[in-house]
Design a protein around this ligand. Structure first.
Ligand SMILES: Cc1cc2nc3c(=O)[nH]c(=O)nc-3n(C[C@H](O)[C@H](O)[C@H](O)COP(=O)(O)O)c2cc1C
Length: 322
């Protein structure tokens, strides 16, 4: 069992399906993220894809795209069939530095297949999942969880975390909302503090960080080892640079709207090197225009854009206005 790699920053980019594509990850990495994680991937789709790819002597990394510059890079898996889990983990192991396991996704199509957040109330199955993963691969295995399923059992994370530590999981990220909560209300950071007091392995605090000040508050109030940022980094990869500066010097350089939109062109240039869906690229463009006055018209144009060239010229018009 190898150990966790060294992280260049205490701020990580969260896995976000449809958002944390290889271009956004690379950009966040360049801007100072200590770790980036792939969008979650089904163990069954990995196995099916590998069969298909093998016929053409291609490798799974053509399905889960990434670049070397993202390292250290974590791949996130979901799915609870133990045989498939072992097989999928072995397939991805050579390409990634960390194998992360998803036990937080609240989407019904995931929880209904006994995966994601639904597993929080299945401690026996979870124990077998951790054993299977840790025994199947030599790379470090980490875990991302929510607090519980409903508010009545919002402390389920404690049992799961204890089992995880006992079975050799090397780091736990807690997004302290319940599955039922989805993204509503607030993340209850006091639960991150409780987790940090409970386990000896590193704890990553996650939830509602949108600025360097808030990141620092999370470190101070929970004593977590690392923070993970999701929505706050959408259209704002610069946040990692700002957090690093703020944690080091107590100040940071604010970015103008023009700079923010400008970074989108960097995103676009990287994105064209990968097979990212155009609808996802448009979604990124929307995020990069957050904060623009009267953005409704611009958003309408983005939605109607037909190709990258179109989108680029729409964004350039917006950029020129600042
Ligand atoms: C669009 C979107 C997609 C997400 N996809 C994933 C995912 O694939 N795996 C995962 O563990 N969490 C996923 N999450 C949850 C985030 O990783 C994170 O835990 C959550 O957004 C809370 O952090 P934040 O407040 O910084 O956004 C997703 C969140 C969003 C908004």
């Amino acid at each position: 069992m190898s150990q966790l790699p060294k992280f260049s920053s205490k701020a990580f980019l969260a896995p976000m399906a449809g958002v944390s594509d290889p271009a956004l990850r690379l950009l966040c990495k360049k801007m100072g993220a200590g770790l980036v994680v792939t969008e979650f991937t089904s163990i069954h789709s990995i196995i099916a894809k590998e069969k298909q790819l093998k016929k053409n002597q291609k490798q799974i990394c053509e399905f889960i795209e990434f670049s070397e510059d993202e390292r250290p890079l974590s791949v996130q898996l979901f799915g609870s069939d133990l045989k498939a889990l072992a097989k999928a983990a072995k397939i991805v192991e050579p390409f990634f530095d960390i194998i992360d396991y998803n036990m937080g996704c609240p989407a019904p199509h995931i929880t209904q297949q006994m995966a994601g957040g639904a597993l929080l109330q299945e401690s026996n199955l979870t124990t077998m999942i951790f054993e299977t993963l840790v025994e199947s691969v030599n790379k470090p295995v980490t875990l991302k969880i929510r607090a519980g399923v409903t508010s009545a059992n919002r402390f389920l994370f404690k049992d799961i975390a204890q089992i995880a530590q006992d079975k050799g999981i090397q780091m736990i990220t807690l997004h302290p909302r319940t599955v039922k909560q989805g993204y509503s209300g607030y993340a209850d950071w006091s639960l991150i503090k409780e987790l940090k007091e409970l386990v000896d392995i590193p704890v990553v605090g996650n939830g509602d960080i949108t600025s360097p000040e808030i990141a620092k508050q999370m470190f101070e109030s929970t004593k977590c080892d690392y923070v993970m940022i999701g929505r706050g980094a959408m259209g704002n990869p610069h946040l990692f640079k700002q957090i690093n500066e703020y944690l080091e010097n107590g100040t940071y350089e604010k970015s103008s709207l023009k700079q923010k939109i400008g970074i989108f062109f960097e995103y676009l240039e990287i994105a064209t090197k990968f097979k990212i869906r155009f609808s996802n690229i448009k979604g990124q463009a929307m995020s990069f225009t957050k904060g623009i006055n009267d953005a409704t018209k611009l958003r309408g144009k983005i939605t109607l854009s037909k190709n990258i060239k179109d989108l680029e010229s729409i964004m350039y018009q917006a950029y020129s206005q600042y």
